[in-house]
Design a binder for this molecule. Structure first.
Ligand code: DAT
Ligand code: MG
Length: 153
């Protein structure tokens, strides 16, 4: 069941960082009304990235995907809010930017599936696993947003 304290893992991939899209992507989540609870710029290890994409280990693009994700810094974030996992995926667009509608992040800001600039968890289970993989519990910041009452009834 969707809850106001639902959390998702969102990552701006190395191409998004290099192309100067960090502010634009964060702006969309902030303006939507979601709450930022963790964020760091990190050059992820290949081990962490292999684990992050472990479900895709048998796909032909797996090695290239890990290399691409290891090619530069990533902005790793945790966002919180009602239905944030599913809504976050809608905001991202389809995996392949070619299939992504205008108005979505991938639909507006990138062209090819292998350079699709952003990651977002696709289920409650993957969100929990990914948040645990990328962040320690102390890095998740507990605070009350002053906009809370203006976003939720
Ligand atoms: P998503 O990132 O939308 O959750 P996914 O989990 O199926 O998509 O795949 C993870 C990433 O792998 C995706 O963002 C880009 C890459 N990828 C997926 N399918 C691909 C393909 N057919 N060719 C190249 N890269 C692909
Ligand atoms: Mg995925």
């Amino acid at each position: 069941m969707a809850s106001i304290s639902e959390r998702t893992f969102i990552a701006i991939k190395p191409d998004g960082v290099q192309r100067g899209l960090v502010g634009e992507i964060i702006r969309r989540f902030e303006q939507k009304g979601f709450k930022l609870v963790a964020m760091k710029l990190t050059h992820a290890s290949e081990d962490l990235l292999r684990e992050h994409y472990i479900d895709l280990k048998d796909r032909p693009f797996y090695a290239g995907l890990v290399q691409y994700m290891h090619s530069g810094p990533i902005v790793a974030m945790v966002w919180e809010g009602l239905n944030v996992i599913k809504t976050g995926r809608v905001m991202l667009g389809e995996t392949n930017p070619m299939d992504s509608k205008p108005g979505t992040i991938r639909g507006d800001l990138c062209v090819q599936v292998g350079r699709n600039i952003i990651h977002g968890s696709d289920s409650l289970e993957s969100a929990e696993a990914e948040i645990n993989l990328w962040f320690s519990p102390e890095e998740l910041v507990d605070y009350r947003s002053c906009a809370h009452e203006w976003i939720y009834e």
